[in-house]
Ligand binder design. Structure first.
Ligand SMILES: Cc1ncc(COP(=O)(O)O)c(C=O)c1O
Length: 391
């Protein structure tokens, strides 16, 4: 069968490959610990489960409006009001299957073939293939570990061209955990607007920031620049419900209408039962988030202290649940890059990690610390032993 070029040219997911290898080793009896996962291990707020059970009991199984029910979109607007003081209308909000489909929809409705997207690296794995699927071209803008992986306007200036259409910002970042302050976000967005670009702000980890840091968002900036900014959020990480696939976009009405048209011709509304759960989460008191933040902060401290005591260069993340240490000093002999090092650590330490190359930086690897502290400690000790054998 001849498959379409658009799919043949897309690389397979590096994270899925690691997980498949870890599964294979597990099936052979190895006690693999996975720090490769991109999801929190918390039990979601009980209101979510109750609302979903009730929806099932009440037979809430019909088709719903494509962008989400009015009530749910109003609850989405309440989110931006509650955390960022933004007055948004329900018609400026849309729900899709996770942050992922929100981004996919955005690229599809905003990019024409040949349009360039400024993409700061290290970047989340799915941006390049999604941009490619829409016919766009990712122009990678490097950042440096020495600058805490923060994006510099002079680097953006080097990559911007008359074909540039969009800038992607992702704070807190997957894979580095690096988090911009409100001022930094606005400075980058203002630069983009001065160049006529659209800013997509991926804020799926906005609530997972650690004291004294406060959640920051371009939502308030969007109010003044509705035609040039769109905000992506999701309940996957912050409410620990990734499998329910709930993401939402805040954007100009015209943009929301275009994405509604696209989604109406692809998957229609997101699952009705998941919408009931999302509504409960968004109408709740958000106290769940504080408990989650505290727990993740303790794990961040444990893992970051451990890695820096090992002598690894790793900026201390202020958000999300990832660390992105530089490991290039271990590239010797058979181990030539981050993929080889992750394969070695999987065999030798029985710990699954994601090679930095998947995020556009081959000198690093990604560690997810969203696991219980005992498991984290055990995994880090195993990594230390395995790395010591290489020195
Ligand atoms: C930066 C970033 N954006 C978007 C997503 C997609 O999230 P969702 O699971 O809600 O589709 C992820 C998930 O890993 C992510 O890390």
């Amino acid at each position: 069968m001849n498959l379409a070029e658009r799919i043949v040219n897309i690389p397979p997911s590096a994270t899925l490959a690691i997980n498949a290898k870890a599964q294979e080793l597990r099936s052979k009896g190895k006690k693999i610990i996975s720090l490769a996962v991109g999801e929190p291990d918390f039990t979601p707020p009980k209101e979510v489960k109750e609302a979903m059970l009730q929806a099932v009991e009440q037979g809430y199984f019909r088709y719903l409006p494509v962008p989400g029910t009015l009530e749910l979109r109003q609850a989405g607007a309440r989110y931006f009001q509650h955390f960022y003081g933004v007055e948004a209308k329900a018609t400026e909000i849309m729900f899709s299957n996770g942050g992922k489909q929100c981004l996919y929809n955005l690229f599809q409705v905003l990019l024409n073939p040949g349009d360039e997207v400024l993409l700061p690296a290290p970047y989340w794995v799915s941006y390049p293939p999604m941009i490619q699927l829409s016919g766009g071209i990712a122009r990678v803008v490097p950042t440096r570990v020495e600058d805490n992986f923060k994006l510099k306007i002079e680097e953006l200036e080097k990559q911007v061209s008359p074909r540039s259409k969009m800038l992607i910002l992702n704070s807190p970042s997957n894979p580095t955990g690096i988090t911009y302050t409100q001022e930094e976000l606005e400075e980058l967005a203002s630069w983009a607007i001065s160049k006529g670009l659209i800013v997509i702000s991926d804020e799926v980890y906005d609530q997972l920031v650690y004291a004294p840091f406060k959640p920051a968002s371009l939502a308030s900036f969007w109010q003044e620049h509705k035609e040039s900014v769109a905000i992506v959020n999701a309940l996957s990480k912050s409410f620990a419900i990734p499998g329910l696939r709930i993401g939402f976009v805040l954007g100009a009405e015209k943009l929301i209408q275009a994405m509604t048209k696209l989604q109406g011709q692809s998957c229609s509304n997101i699952c009705s039962i998941a919408q009931a759960g999302a509504l409960a989460a968004l109408q709740g008191d958000f106290s769940f988030l504080e408990r989650e933040r505290q727990s993740l902060q303790e794990r961040r401290d444990l893992a970051w202290n451990f890695l820096t005591e090992l002598g690894l260069k790793c900026p201390r993340p202020e958000g999300a649940f990832y660390l992105f240490p530089q490991v290039k000093d271990f590239f010797k002999g058979e181990i030539k890059n981050s993929t080889d090092l992750c394969a070695y650590l999987l065999e030798e330490a029985e710990v699954a990690l994601v090679p930095g190359i998947a995020f556009g930086d081959d000198s690093c690897l990604r560690i997810s610390y969203a696991v219980q502290q005992e498991v984290l400690r055990e995994a880090l000790n195993r990594i230390k032993q395995a790395l010591t054998k290489l020195t």
